[in-house]
Design a protein around this ligand. Structure first.
Ligand SMILES: [Zn+2]
Length: 187
């Protein structure tokens, strides 16, 4: 027992050092995957190389702050067509509620129905002005985001095609204007 003690002490010391390193949570810089207690190598989620001994190769936070910001901006651009629709259809629904009947083209002027409609009119104009900016910024941002997250090339390309497709669909639906909301605003 006495012979084994120094060995035990060394083993205890070694495991103590390992434990203190393992207790500090570290995350993948690329995807935020929890690398807790994993040996040096590639991230199981995205394959990005890391070394637990090199703090630069891992992140203390689940997702790097700049990545989170890029993610939110990208999500905003993807969601913009929905936001755009909410503003226009919201304006139209408020007008309907205030008037007590469906807004009539050329007769019910959106600007003179209610204070709420006035506010929504400004939101609608802002939404139109911002639309081309958000459309192109979103294409750039979502590509940048995908590159930062170390997505594969086919996935990056698919995302770009998906983004363009989604916007074209949204614009076609808004231009198609099935219940005359856009026509009412534009008249
Ligand atoms: Zn990863």
């Amino acid at each position: 027992m006495a012979d084994g003690q120094p060995v035990d002490a060394a083993a205890t010391h070694g495991s103590h050092v390992q434990a203190s390193q393992a207790d500090t949570p570290r995350y993948c810089v690329g995807c935020g995957y929890n690398l807790h207690a994993l040996p040096r190598g590639g991230c199981p989620e995205c394959g990005r190389a890391f070394d637990p001994a090199d703090p630069q190769s891992t992140s203390a936070t689940r997702v790097a702050p700049y990545l989170r910001v890029a993610g939110w901006l990208t999500a905003f651009c993807w969601g913009y067509p929905l936001l755009f629709s909410v503003v226009f259809y919201g304006n139209w629904l408020i007008a309907w509620a205030v008037l007590g009947h469906r807004p009539v083209l050329y007769i019910d002027d959106p600007a003179s129905i209610s204070v709420a409609n006035n506010v929504f009119n400004y939101l609608c104009i802002a939404a139109i002005v911002l639309l081309p900016v958000v459309l192109f910024a979103g294409l750039f941002l979502s590509t940048l985001y995908a590159i930062l997250r170390k997505w594969s090339i086919p996935l990056i390309v698919s995302q770009c095609i998906g983004y363009i497709w989604w916007w074209m669909l949204a614009i076609a639906l808004l231009r198609g204007d099935p219940i005359g909301v856009m026509a009412w605003f534009m008249d």
